[in-house]
Ligand binder design. Structure first.
Ligand code: ZN
Length: 111
């Protein structure tokens, strides 16, 4: 995975952002640990499955619905389908080898 460490993207307080499969990470977070990279690789797979644009659209729409539903930005973020899948499986470094397509549609709430 291509990782670009820099001081601009993402904004302070965040660690990394995945833009079309390229990972932008804060310089002070260098080097990212393997499970963080695995988390982002899971997102890359989701991004490809949704032809990039639908991933970002769906991501934002689900977040907005979550903010209304949970009245909490962090809970809203953690319960975006893509994040649920990524958080649930980030420590399993072999996850992507066994993953079924479109696994983010699994509707289990984030603990
Ligand atoms: Zn994520």
């Amino acid at each position: 995975m291509k990782i670009i460490y820099n001081n601009i993207l993402p904004f302070k307080g965040y660690i990394a952002i995945n833009i079309c499969g390229i990972l932008f990470a804060r310089r002070e977070c260098k080097p990212l640990v393997d499970w963080m990279i695995n988390h982002e690789r899971i997102h890359t797979r989701q991004i490809m499955e949704l032809f990039v644009v639908f991933f970002y659209l769906w991501y934002v729409i689900e977040w907005i619905i979550g903010v209304i539903r949970y009245r909490d930005k962090k809970q809203a973020y953690l319960n975006i389908s893509f994040e649920r899948e990524a958080y649930k499986n980030q420590f399993n470094l072999d996850y992507l080898k066994q993953r079924k397509p479109y696994s983010f549609t699994n509707k289990e709430k984030h603990p």
